[in-house]
Design a protein around this ligand. Structure first.
Ligand SMILES: [Fe+2]
Length: 274
């Protein structure tokens, strides 16, 4: 083959490879942008849910951070961790279908009212059924109130029959609820909340998930524990107060700290105390 033809073939092949690489890059970029758009939409949606249910402000963001860390620790794939994060963001979306008179009732709920609230897992999972990307997410949302011993709802699933994502969300959701302030009670300290989780291990909660969660909290430096809610911070939000750095899991917690640093600064020193 003449050298010029050889060179021409080589140049053509190189050009084709460059074009292919550029197309792949564009495709990946597009997929990444779509994923980012999806997460932004989910975060916008969870903010709307938090407006309706004011006491959960910051709850979804904190739960998202934590489930991601636990999912990675359990060796889930990137896609599986993403699914758990999405499910953690949307797990209570069905509460939009529960009337205010029940959702915000200050007193004790009647049996019928409690049965209605329980339906939020069905409302939520049904609302997502048409989204193909959410095949696994739907199950996690539907089963986030199942108990490890089979005593939960809606289907009374037991142990590993419960989707792993739901078992992770159940632990983190309970911990965050206990360590958040409520209109009718003060928040539990992280130590009390962890003790309650330990009590529910094997009965309500997956022992492996609780075990990993406890280790995760123990491993993180005290300064990385959010002094407002006691959750591990992702290290992205920092406030310097009296020569010490404080880290927060969400914007809401950071703002709460800025308003009353003296109230929370001491709490961080003890942190999880473990
Ligand atoms: Fe729920």
């Amino acid at each position: 083959m003449p050298v010029t033809v050889h060179l021409f073939m080589y140049a053509l092949l190189t050009a084709l490879l460059i074009a292919l690489a550029a197309a792949l890059y564009r495709q990946r970029q597009f997929a990444r942008e779509r994923e980012e758009d999806l997460m932004s939409l989910l975060i916008a949606l969870s903010s709307l849910m938090e407006l309706r249910d004011a006491y959960t402000e910051g709850h979804c963001a904190r739960v998202r951070n934590l489930v991601a860390m636990i999912g990675e620790r359990l060796g889930l794939s990137k896609r599986q961790v993403e699914d758990v994060i999405i499910a953690a963001t949307l797990h209570d979306i069905g509460k939009l279908g529960v009337p205010d008179a029940i959702l915000h009732k200050p007193g004790r709920l009647t049996e019928d009212e409690f049965s209605f609230i329980k339906r939020h897992v069905i409302f939520g999972s049904s609302a997502l059924t048409s989204i193909h990307r959410f095949r696994d997410v739907i199950n996690m949302v539907k089963h986030h109130h199942e108990a490890y011993d089979g005593g939960g709802y809606p289907d009374g699933l037991k142990g590993e029959m419960i989707p792993l994502g739901s078992r992770i969300i159940a632990v983190i959701d309970a911990y965050d609820a206990m360590t958040s302030e409520r209109a009718y009670r003060h928040s539990y300290t992280p130590e009390m909340a962890m003790a309650i989780l330990a009590e529910g291990t094997g009965r309500q909660f997956d022992p492996e998930v609780v075990d990993i969660f406890v280790k995760l909290l123990k491993e993180r430096p005290v300064s990385a524990v959010d002094p407002v809610c006691g959750m591990p911070s992702d290290g992205l939000r920092r406030v310097r107060h009296e020569g010490k750095d404080y880290y927060f899991c969400s914007h809401a917690c950071m703002e709460a700290f800025k308003k009353e640093p003296a109230k929370y600064a001491g709490a961080s020193v003890s942190g999880m105390g473990m």
